[in-house]
Design a protein around this ligand. Structure first.
Ligand SMILES: Nc1ncnc2c1ncn2[C@@H]1O[C@H](COP(=O)(O)OP(=O)(O)OP(=O)(O)O)[C@@H](O)[C@H]1O
Length: 322
């Protein structure tokens, strides 16, 4: 790295200009639908503290369909429970569709859960009421919402349309025990979409299903995303599901660590489509970057590295003095 010495400090005018630029800079995540800003969640049980989230940053744009992956205990469910409005972070900020998840009162929280987010859980039984038919299960959130102009008939029609869109129209008058696990999950997606939420959250929605059924559930999420424009975040262990989406974010030790983006490229000469996927490391706002362990271990990098700024990249070198 080049060594520099500061001969003269910045002038007062420079400092003022810098302060103005900082003040006028848009806030972190100002144009995102979901913003998690240094989220921390600490659980304390029997005097032992567990830091489930350790300053997690995540931005999700309107209309995205993305997957969250990570080892068991990395903090995925903790994050989903916060985004679902079921739990509160210990510190940090979380906003979804303009709602501040930290400052909500109980009434606001209830409205948030009914109107702004929809969720689908892994356990099929948790998603549906056993004594209601599929159509009644889908109509229920609309009835609970109350104060809308939708008539009873309009609600029933919307329920039918959603069941049709998710290819479970034949289950309309069946109760959950008369449906397969896959059908139950597709009805659950219809229930979650009933009030046209801005965001649909799904925690391991295919966890209890075989791979063929899981594929169909995933197709149902894609339909919801494409036809209704709903932003969807799916937590999954299923590599097949994770590789179907354009963006997969990995969580490690309560923080977002890497991200894989996929795009389709068309070869101009042959017209053949190919899927290009690339893995990125997260760079936080303080400029911190986590290098993959396999990279640092391969070059025996520890404690300290040397950096070099090049025209189009930054070089990272082992500390030769070390
Ligand atoms: N209510 C709780 N009380 C105490 N500790 C908790 C609680 N909920 C989660 N934890 C702990 O927080 C950490 C993160 O848990 P979390 O359930 O978010 O992980 P996960 O990534 O969803 O795991 P899995 O894939 O196994 O569901 C774990 O160490 C877990 O034991």
């Amino acid at each position: 790295m080049t060594e520099t010495t500061a001969a003269t400090g910045p002038s007062l005018a420079d400092l003022e200009a810098r302060a103005t630029a900082r003040r006028d800079r848009p806030a972190y995540g100002h144009d995102a639908l979901i913003t998690c800003d240094r989220l921390v969640r600490v659980f304390a049980t029997d005097g032992v503290e567990v830091q489930a989230l350790q300053g997690l940053d995540l931005l999700v744009r309107d209309g995205e369909l993305m997957a969250l992956v990570g080892a068991s205990g990395s903090g995925k469910s903790t994050l989903m429970n916060i985004l679902a409005g079921l739990d509160e972070p210990t510190a940090g900020a979380a906003r979804v569709a303009g709602c501040d998840l930290l400052g909500m009162g109980s009434k606001e929280r209830l409205r948030y859960r009914r109107e702004v987010v929809g969720f689908v859980w892994q356990q099929t039984a948790r998603n549906l009421l056993p004594y209601l038919t599929a159509a009644q299960n889908v109509a229920l959130p609309m009835q609970l919402r109350g104060r809308t102009a939708r008539s009873k008939r309009a609600k029933a029609e919307r329920a039918d349309r959603l069941l049709q869109m998710l290819e479970v129209a034949e289950c309309r008058d069946r109760r959950p025990h008369q449906m397969s696990g896959g059908q139950q999950q597709r009805v659950a997606i219809a229930v979650a979409l009933a009030n046209d939420p801005a965001v649909l959250l799904a925690d391991e929605p295919t966890g209890e299903l075989d791979s063929h059924t899981a594929e169909r559930i995933f197709a149902a999420f894609r339909t919801a995303n494409e036809e209704l424009g709903t932003t969807i975040v799916i937590v999954t262990h299923d590599q097949a599901v994770a590789s179907e989406v354009r963006r997969t974010v990995a969580i490690r030790d309560g923080r977002t660590s890497t991200e894989v983006l996929r795009r389709t490229e068309v070869d101009e000469s042959t017209g053949q489509e190919s899927l290009i996927s690339r893995e990125y490391a997260m760079l936080d706002r303080a400029g911190r970057l986590q290098l993959p362990a396999e990279y640092t271990e391969a070059l025996d990098m520890r404690d300290r590295v040397a950096l070099e700024l090049e025209k189009d990249h930054i070089g990272v070198w082992p500390d030769e003095r070390g």
